[in-house]
Design a protein around this ligand. Sequence first.
Ligand code: ZN
Ligand code: ZN
Length: 209
Amino acid sequence: MKTVVPMPMEVLETAIRHGLSKKRTNALAAVVCGALPATIMVFQFHPAWQTWVIGLVLGLIWGNAFEYAYHRFLLHRPRTQHGAAHQEHHAQIGTPTEAEFVALISSPLNIVLLFVINGIPAFLISFLLGQLGILCGIFIGWSVYLILCEEIHWRIHMNGWLPPGLHFARTYHMSHSQQPLQRVPAALRCSPGEQRDWEKQTSCLVPDP
Ligand SMILES: [Zn+2]
Ligand SMILES: [Zn+2]
């Protein structure tokens, strides 16, 4: 039987279609995961507009800090499922199938998980501080952060338009994909053997000497 090999343009178009679809589904999941609990809580806690604003800012900062730590300490860790998926993300740069691997979050289910993992400590902290109303803004902040992060990341990879102040992000992100990720904490560094195995698979991680 004759096998039909798709043309590079077809591969590229299919990858972009799939990538855009993943981005849309993730955005929808992020909206639902943030807006649904926020709507329920707004009727419970009746936050003032100032509480909304503080919560929103806190949610954006929290989301950014979580993403930074998650990427730095987990995604670049060898021999983990997350590490393997992230390695694929970096390895696909410049290939016709790159768009297929751009999404930072692999499925809407993982977005639900992210909101649960972060929502529990946020609830406990705000409960202990007697500031439960702040959660409404925090949840919306997480949704906004996730959607913006996926969108900016997509544009970085797909050479899309970025606001002038964000051009450095493209350079930084792409150089991060090519250069070793250093300053990994000692507790998370791998042994020389593990390091060699990992380097065979990816050039992502080179711990400090
Ligand atoms: Zn990327
Ligand atoms: Zn990375």
